[in-house]
Design a protein around this ligand. Structure first.
Ligand SMILES: NC(=O)c1ccc[n+]([C@@H]2O[C@H](COP(=O)([O-])OP(=O)(O)OC[C@H]3O[C@@H](n4cnc5c(N)ncnc54)[C@H](O)[C@@H]3O)[C@@H](O)[C@H]2O)c1
Length: 343
């Protein structure tokens, strides 16, 4: 299969590394108005065609699907345009800027009969998959309270008025929207039906009126009773992620070590057992996600999760921002009623 990669920025490298490892797919186009960036990747990865305008790649009948690694505000127009031109689409997370755009993309997929997949790579990490399986199978029964954190440093791009990151119109929001979208999607995939959300998303450090929140916290109550907290911070000195889930018998923790491995630890009666270790988890989960979606494009696999799940995790983000803006706890069902949907 041939793929056209749209967007030759920082994260394109991870996608190109994934395609380099996959014998079933060739990147035949790289598209970016920044032609120098596109040419650099083309030289490094042996990509035959470079263009500033992705419409050129859409005209190539040999291209089966496009992969969108452009800024978030371009996800919907690019995906819809590509599907209308007869191409299947793989789109980076977050799916788009808001729920309405996601619904428009789903409609375009139904209307054109083209496949549309959104890449939430954290769902592909074997440690995360084991956590989900342990919760769902009852091996780690009845979670009560959980805490997911993400600490990182996006101070330079948040302080830069010309960078799209953190600009609500171009990115959808700040720390909560961009990085939090991963974590809230994973939380949603672990714990199921949401009941209520309370959030605070604020710009605490960067002092840039063109940008959104640089720090955020969200408390999510699920129908099962579990309460999950998220803390996201873009204004510290290094990147770390952690996840811990507690039940009456102990706790399940996902931690990163200094070698970028994901460790899964189970603590019971004060004894801690290492259940599994995934080296280089961030890159490996990206490669696994792309391999999976290439198989889905080839009809060799069924998608691990549906577009409706991606839309629901976008809704969770929207509810969190609504809670922060209105200073109140938002009940999930209020939104169903407001949209006139069956609960
Ligand atoms: N899954 C993850 O962990 C992860 C990590 C980083 C980024 N991302 C996602 O990847 C996407 C890109 O992020 P990034 O960090 O690479 O951003 P970036 O700013 O480094 O790169 C974006 C690129 O898109 C290009 N672009 C802009 N307009 C274009 C157009 N009309 N046609 C083609 N290209 C265009 C820009 O010139 C730039 O080179 C975002 O949606 C982001 O959310 C995901």
């Amino acid at each position: 299969m041939q793929v056209a990669l749209i967007g030759a920025g920082e994260f394109a490298k991870t996608h190109l590394e994934a395609y380099r490892r996959n014998p079933n797919v060739t990147v035949s186009w790289i598209c970016d108005p920044n032609l120098e960036a596109a040419r650099n990747y083309a030289d490094r990865y042996g990509i035959a065609n470079v263009t500033a305008n992705y419409e050129h790649a859409l005209l190539d009948p040999a291209v089966s699907f496009v992969d969108i690694t452009a800024p978030n505000y371009l996800h919907k127009p690019m995906a819809v345009r590509a599907m209308e031109a007869g191409k299947d689409v793989l789109c980076e997370k977050p799916m788009a800027l808001n729920v309405q755009e996601c619904l428009d993309m789903k409609l375009a997929s139904e209307r054109t009969g083209r496949k549309l997949f959104v890449k939430y790579h954290q769902r592909f990490d074997p440690v995360h998959r084991r956590v989900k399986a342990m919760i769902e199978s009852g091996q780690f029964p009845d979670p009560v309270m959980a805490m997911f954190t993400l600490f990182g440093n996006h101070i330079p791009s948040m302080s830069d008025p010309n960078h799209w990151r953190g600009n609500p119109a171009l990115c959808g929001g700040g720390c909560l929207f961009s990085s939090g979208s991963h974590v809230l999607d994973l939380i949603h995939s672990f714990f199921g039906k949401l009941k209520a959300v309370t959030a605070v998303a604020r710009q605490l450090v960067v002092n840039n009126p063109d940008k959104g929140d640089d720090n955020a916290t969200v408390t999510m109550e699920f129908e099962s009773g579990v309460v999950v907290n998220f803390i996201g911070c873009w204004t510290t000195d290094r990147w770390t992620w952690s996840k811990e889930i507690h039940n009456r018998h102990g706790s399940l923790r996902v931690e990163q070590d200094e070698n970028k491995s994901n460790l899964l630890l189970l603590t019971k009666s004060s004894a801690t057992e290492l259940l599994m270790e995934q080296p280089d988890w961030f890159n490996q989960s990206n490669y696994a996600a792309i391999d999976h979606f290439v198989d889905c494009m080839n009809d060799a696999a069924e998608p691990l999760y549906s577009l409706d799940e991606c839309i629901e995790s976008m809704r969770l983000l929207e509810l969190a921002y609504m809670s922060s803006e209105q200073g109140r706890r938002i009940i999930r069902n209020e939104i169903n009623e407001a949209e006139g949907k069956a609960v």
